[in-house]
Design a protein around this ligand. Structure first.
Ligand code: ZN
Ligand code: ZN
Length: 812
């Protein structure tokens, strides 16, 4: 290390100084009640793991902090709160692993996270911190459960669920990866039947989908969420059995009903027992046992072609009138549609494979141009372009879309069908048979049934349990806290029992943004006036890994609260932007690879500002980039250059005379670019623009006026550094009280010309340079051009021909 320059930039002391000042002066505090132009700047609150802040967290938060600071400098009152999402199975499993109670572990982790977050210089107003594990918070999580319960949106029902034998709890489908637990990649997930609390989010499917169309959200996030909701239009058709059973199937292609040659029921379908003939009983029973040991996800995505058993019974195809066999197979789920499908092997790949394996009939019912009813099917033809119906008496020759409508109408008229819309979205299972969560506020009484805990008795405090280990019974550890479990019924006073499940951690995070402005209030979940003023959230930035769980659940809870009259809006986040991910040296960061970037070490060595800017410079923020240690010194050199310029400017060496017109134009152009790029989250190009400007200033004679905008432009990116520069330019207060510089669009208009670059007389490139660029600058630009370099690299130019604003010809 070189000997430190006493006047040089020392990030550690600058950052310490300004963090102390911000704290003393309340720089980051916002007057919630008095704000004239509220701007709620939200970032996804972290789960406080024992490892401490992850570099991915820092990347996300800094990108959001830049938005917050930028909007504040543009004159808005920015509220940037933070909190901790500390309940849940991750915390609990970790606590079990290290043998420390989560109630002890979590406060420690939170303290560490908070100091790390403060260290990176976020503009957070810590007076409004929330912790989901705080009874003052989860009192209201329970309150929300009760509102939904009373409205009939929280229901208890027995359902097949994914069960991880290692976690000893239920998993959402999203937590099952290829048949294995997301937390236990070597543990196969099983299927169990349990009584569970569900929120009936499926009733909101269409609204959730409709609003997405116009939401100011990242396109990628909207797409993921739309696909997850998975709307499909089709029909329910009825296949009757000789015994009088009506088997209802859902199909998106009722036009192919004439090609339905067999039915497949879910093994759990309630008709299976009655439909199974004596000869088939043993085979059906064995198959159902096998399926019961499988998880739901691998049933959906696994090998669908070979598994299945004939029940021995038949049903009548409502279109052909023919008797077709009824099978059961694992790929049909009770949870989706009606638990039964009609199989059309001619036009469905899965049905085709299944039919071929089991020698069931395959019939063509749709033919494209050049095909007819007799054209053989070598494989399923699911989407026949310009398909028309064949082998479908009464409908032959009709385009399939029209046939779909007509056949649905005809079967509806006969009481054997109806048009329906189906969704892939499932109801949200809220129950967790675990310890570390808010107890679900329900009491079971033998006389009164299921009773909600009266609001005055909230919170239902999670009892301190020494042994909170889950067991294999499927019953929550809370059942072992006998004195807590037995409770007088709120209605009749007789001894009753508490619900022992805790709620899903995604419920904690589905409403935290509503709580922030009212975090200091114990009498209400959210103050009506503050809620009206600050919500919906103006800007939300987070990862797309939360597109289908957190973001959808938050939207659902907000809609439900709107319907119940608790909030005046339906959508919680006016704008959502998904950030990208960063990798290290081209590879995904992971503990096993040993390439995890520890933010502390970098902040320690380089300072928070350099680290912040480097993360933002890695690539487009919404795509991410590759973290390479070699790159970070470039940002530090840039800040050193600014430091020197500001130092000279402060001492009056910057010149107070008239600024060169070229530099003035560039200043306006830079302000414009940084303004627009920061607004659109193109942080890397905003930084690049500042770098170009600083290089130009160093080569020219910067006046004070040319330097003034720099600290303000830098403030969102390198806030401590910007404060110090602002002060060195003899401004009082905080740079955050400054005004974002404005630009003159006419001046900012780049007056550029195209300059042709030749190497040995051949055109090798074209440069866009400001009019009037001199010989030296034009040469420098020409030699920096990638293509030109291929032809000149390593060789000294023998001769250069320069025609201003037109041509650089290099002879090598
Ligand atoms: Zn697990
Ligand atoms: Zn009772």
């Amino acid at each position: 290390m070189a000997h430190p320059d006493p006047d040089g930039y020392d990030p550690q002391s600058v950052e310490r100084k300004w963090q102390r000042r911000w704290e003393e002066r309340g720089t980051n505090h916002v007057n919630l009640a008095g704000a004239a132009h509220p701007f709620f700047n939200l970032m996804m609150f972290p789960y406080p793991s024992a490892e401490g802040l992850h570099v991915g967290n820092v990347f996300a938060f800094v990108g959001a902090d830049i938005q917050g600071r930028f909007h504040r400098l543009r004159g808005l009152d920015v509220f940037e709160p933070l909190g901790f999402d500390a309940f849940g199975i991750h915390s609990e499993n970790f606590a079990l692993k290290v043998g420390t109670h989560p109630a002890e572990l979590i406060p420690r982790n939170i303290a560490r996270f908070r100091s790390q977050l403060q260290r990176i210089g976020l503009m957070a107003d810590w007076r409004y911190e929330v912790q989901t594990t705080d009874p003052r918070y989860y009192k209201w999580t329970q309150w929300i459960f009760l509102q939904l319960f009373r409205a009939g949106l929280a229901v208890k029902r027995r359902a097949a669920v994914n069960w991880c034998p290692a976690c000893k709890t239920v998993l959402a489908n999203e937590q099952v990866i290829g048949g294995f637990c997301e937390r236990h990649p070597d543990v196969r997930v099983e299927q169990r039947m349990l009584d569970q609390w569900f929120f009936t989010i499926t009733g909101y499917a269409q609204r959730l989908l409709d609003h997405l169309k116009t939401a100011d959200w990242s396109h990628s996030t909207r797409t993921i969420q739309s696909n997850w909701i998975g709307r499909s239009e089709g029909a329910e058709l009825v296949f009757e059995t000789p015994g009088g059973k009506r088997i209802t199937v859902f199909t998106t292609r009722p036009d192919t009903v004439f090609g339905a040659t067999y039915l497949v029921l879910a093994p759990e379908h309630p008709f299976v027992a009655d439909l199974t003939t004596a000869e088939q009983r043993a085979a059906v029973a064995a198959y159902r046992r096998k399926v019961a040991a499988m998880d739901l996800v691998s049933r959906k995505v696994g090998d669908k072609s070979k598994s299945g058993v004939f029940t021995g019974s038949y049903a009548r195809n409502p279109a052909t009138g023919q008797a077709i066999p009824i099978w059961i197979a694992d790929y049909v789920l009770m949870e989706y549609g009606t638990g039964a499908i009609m199989a059309v092997p001619g036009h469905d790949e899965r049905d085709f494979e299944f039919a071929r394996q089991l020698s069931l009939p395959i019939v063509r019912v749709v033919a494209g141009p050049g095909q007819d009813a007799a054209t053989p099917l070598a494989a399923a033809e699911p989407d026949v372009p310009e398909g028309r119906l064949v082998n479908s008496p009464g409908y032959d020759g009709l385009p399939w879309e029209e046939a779909k409508r007509r056949i649905t109408a005809a079967l509806t008229a006969r009481g054997l069908g109806q048009a329906v819309v189906n969704y892939r979205l499932h109801d949200w299972c809220i129950s967790r048979q675990r310890y570390w969560g808010p107890p679900i506020p329900i009491i079971y009484c033998d006389s009164c049934g299921t009773v909600g805990v009266p609001e005055k008795d909230l919170p239902v405090v999670l009892p301190a349990l020494e042994d909170f280990r889950p067991d294999d019974s499927g019953v929550s550890p809370l059942a072992r806290a006998e004195s807590w479990y037995r409770v007088p019924c709120p209605k009749c006073g007789k001894t009753a029992r508490r619900e022992t499940d805790v709620s899903d951690t995604f419920l904690d995070s589905a409403w935290y943004f509503l709580r922030y402005p009212s975090a200091d209030r114990d009498d209400v979940p959210f103050d009506p006036a503050l809620t009206r003023k600050w919500l919906p959230v103006a800007s939300y930035i987070g990862g797309n890994e939360h597109a289908v769980l957190h973001l959808m659940y938050s939207r659902f809870i907000t809609m439900a609260l709107k319907d119940l009259g608790h909030v005046p809006f339906e959508e919680p986040f006016s704008r959502f932007r998904a950030h990208g991910t960063i990798v290290k040296d081209g590879a995904k960061m992971s503990k096993s690879r040993g390439n995890v970037v520890n933010p502390d070490a970098y902040v320690e060595r380089w300072g928070a500002d350099t680290f912040r800017m480097y993360l933002m410079f890695l690539g487009p923020y919404q795509e991410g980039g590759d973290f390479r240690d070699a790159g970070i010194s470039g940002i530090r050199r840039f800040l050193d250059k600014v430091w020197l310029l500001v130092g000279a400017g402060a001492q009056g060496q910057g010149g107070t005379g008239k600024a060169a017109p070229e530099l003035v134009r560039m200043m306006h152009r830079t302000i414009q670019r940084v303004t627009e790029d920061t607004a659109s989250l193109s942080y890397n190009t905003a930084i690049a623009a500042m770098m170009e400007y600083v290089n130009a200033l160093r080569e020219g004679a910067p006046t004070r006026a040319l330097l003034e905008p720099l600290p303000v432009l830098l403030a969102p990116y390198a806030p401590h550094f910007a404060e110090e520069c602002w002060e060195r330019l003899r401004h009082g207060g905080s740079v955050m009280e400054a005004r974002w510089p404005s630009f003159d669009p006419a001046l900012a208009l780049a007056e550029e010309v195209e300059v042709v670059v030749q190497v040995n007389g051949k055109v090798r490139g074209r440069l866009h340079l400001p009019r009037g660029t001199d010989r030296a600058a034009a040469m420098k630009a020409a030699l920096a051009d990638q293509t030109v370099r291929k032809f000149t690299d390593g060789k000294e130019p023998k001769k250069v021909v320069f025609v201003p604003d037109r041509l650089v010809n290099i002879v090598v």
